[in-house]
Design a protein around this ligand. Structure first.
Ligand code: NAP
Length: 307
């Protein structure tokens, strides 16, 4: 009889969140015994409780607890082999409470901290990002120092971030007349759909190739310069847009003149599409090549839904 490797048990922290919900669904879809750590307050929020209902209906075991409640945290971690944290960027430093709990529980074979963006050690906007990336880098250093087995997922931008406006700060939908292009428009960025990032993340948890690695997602259909983005969109709406090129200097001035956090969209645009922080370095192995059977929603397919 063929022996099947047992699927790791996974705890997702932040299942009511944007990415955490997708992670829990992807974990169940891949037949992992799946647990979600949920704060008490989430059950009384109508939108969150609906998400929780869906998850529990699909087989996710919901455990009450929070990062601030060490007893609940250790109890939850003891039930699993893998911990995936998907708290928001603001709550990234709170993971300092999670690391000692993982150590105490002593059973975690893989920890995936809340990263899911650009590589915090490779971005070049530390003078203007309000510690966005240094907070994530600090957690990396603690995890390394503690010798916790980890995987870091650098998926770059979510499609729900910036792409719905075709990278136009302040807009909610792609423009149909005029478009701003930042820098010279040739620098390439990466957009990945959240459910694809989640499925990829779940693929990595039992994979020895991804142990203690930083993984980058850059599937060919998800890498695009601003010029290319605009061209794809023009093709979809069968119309040429009037282009306004915003120079690096102009963008930096706008960032300076806009108070935090309203300027963060522009900081991320600067980082990705002017500095090239998502693509300026080569990667040994692009993450999507690890699982060639997995399909990723392309930028073009995503933009098609906005026509
Ligand atoms: N690449 C991109 O474009 C992009 C875009 C957005 C986010 N991200 C990254 O993706 C990750 C997840 O972000 P998100 O937007 O999905 O987050 P989110 O929607 O704000 O969800 C955060 C989740 O964390 C939970 N949580 C917060 N504090 C907690 C605590 N102390 N104890 C237990 N649970 C707690 C929240 O639970 P409650 O329901 O109880 O509040 C919620 O479920 C972050 O690392 C973020 O930087 C990347």
């Amino acid at each position: 009889m063929e022996m099947k490797a047992e699927k790791s048990k996974i705890l997702v922290i932040g299942v009511t969140g944007r990415l955490g919900f997708e992670l829990a669904k992807a974990s169940i879809n891949a037949s992992h015994p799946t647990f979600g750590l949920v704060r008490d307050s989430a059950f009384s929020d109508p939108h969150k409780s609906q998400k929780l209902h869906l998850l529990s209906h699909s087989g996710v075991t919901l455990l009450k607890g929070s990062l601030q409640d060490e007893e609940s945290l250790i109890e939850a971690i003891k039930r699993v082999d893998v911990v995936i944290c998907a708290v928001s960027s603001k709550q990234v430093p709170e993971q300092k409470l999670l690391i000692p709990a993982i150590k105490k529980a002593g059973c975690v074979k893989r920890f995936i901290p809340s990263e899911f963006g650009l590589d915090a050690d490779k971005t070049r906007v530390s003078n203007m990002d309000n510690n966005f990336y240094s907070n994530k880098a600090e957690i990396r250093r603690i995890v390394e120092a503690e010798g916790i087995p980890y995987t870091l997922v650098c998926c770059n931008f979510f499609t729900s971030y910036l792409l719905p406006s075709l990278v136009q700060p302040g807009l909610k939908a792609p423009p149909r007349d005029k478009v701003s292009i930042f820098g010279d428009g040739t620098v390439k960025g990466v957009f990945m759909k959240e459910n694809d990032v989640a499925a990829f993340t779940i693929n990595t948890v039992d994979d020895p190739r991804t142990l203690n690695k930083v993984l980058y997602l850059r599937p060919p259909g998800n890498v695009c310069s601003m010029n290319e983005l605009v061209e794809i969109w023009e093709g979809k709406i069968s119309k040429k847009l009037e282009k306004n090129y915003v120079s690096e200097e102009e963008l930096l001035m706008k960032i300076k003149a806009t108070p935090y956090p309203d300027n963060m969209e522009m900081v991320f645009i600067y980082s990705a599409f002017v500095k090239g922080d998502q693509t300026y370095f080569d990667v040994e192995l692009e993450g999507s090549q690890l699982y060639p059977h997995t399909k990723y929603t392309t930028i073009s397919e995503f933009l098609e839904t906005l026509v």
